[in-house]
Design a protein around this ligand. Structure first.
Ligand code: 3PG
Length: 212
């Protein structure tokens, strides 16, 4: 099996931004997912970095209109746990060949992270044409992705890491960028204060980033 590109294009193309969520408070999961979806960001990446992350995924997966995925996927066990929790996609900071091979055994697609042309080519060799550029700003940002466009025209990206409302348009204007990922739409203090209206507003601004 190769990476399910049609499914990933549907998820990555749903909005210009995929919020990167680090959440341990299971009670906040549904209000947070509802706020992001209502603001216009239906694809949500829940990182496997908190003890309750998989419970958060399960809760969010019940929200109408949400595409819930897991992030920080590093092992086959992470893949299995993600799928069991209801993830519709998975994201990894890297692209170790073993992880890429393991993920091809499952229907739920993996978006692996790369930061060089060689890594992108190695992933493409294994059937991966949708990739995360990580950590995007630190490894060369929009300039790097623009440079990938001509030699690697079949590959499309979701840059993540240091992307913000200020620089997102630099990425979104590139023909090889489908969406960007970022945590700026889910500030910790707003979650802690239960200020989901603020998060909805941040999501709505992010959802309009492709507009003129
Ligand atoms: C992450 O995995 O934490 C993402 O890359 C988010 O990066 P950001 O906090 O810079 O948006």
């Amino acid at each position: 099996m190769a990476q399910n590109i049609a499914k990933l294009d549907e998820i990555m193309g749903a909005a210009p931004v995929i919020p990167v969520i680090i959440l341990d408070d299971v009670d906040a999961a549904i209000p947070l997912a509802k706020a992001l979806v209502a603001g216009g960001l239906p694809a949500l990446e829940v990182t496997l970095r908190t003890p309750n992350a998989l419970k958060v995924v399960e809760k969010m997966a019940s929200v109408d209109g949400a595409y819930v995925g897991t992030g920080t996927v590093r092992t086959k066990a992470d893949i299995e746990k993600s799928i069991e929790a209801g993830a519709q996609f998975m994201v990894s900071p890297g692209a170790p060949p073993k992880l890429l091979e393991d993920a091809l055994e499952f229907d739920v697609p993996l978006l692996p992270g790369i930061s060089t042309a060689t890594e992108a080519m190695a992933a493409a060799e294994l059937g991966y044409q949708r990739l995360k550029l990580f950590p995007a700003e630190a490894v060369g940002g929009a300039k790097l992705l623009k440079s990938f466009g001509s030699p690697l025209p079949d590959l499309k990206f979701c840059p993540t890491g240091g992307v913000s409302v200020q620089n997102a348009r630099d990425y979104l204007s590139l023909s090889n960028v489908i969406c960007v990922g970022g945590s700026w739409v889910v500030p910790n203090d707003a979650i802690a204060n239960g200020d989901f209206e603020h998060i909805k507003n941040l999501a709505a601004t992010a959802a309009r980033l492709r507009d003129a």
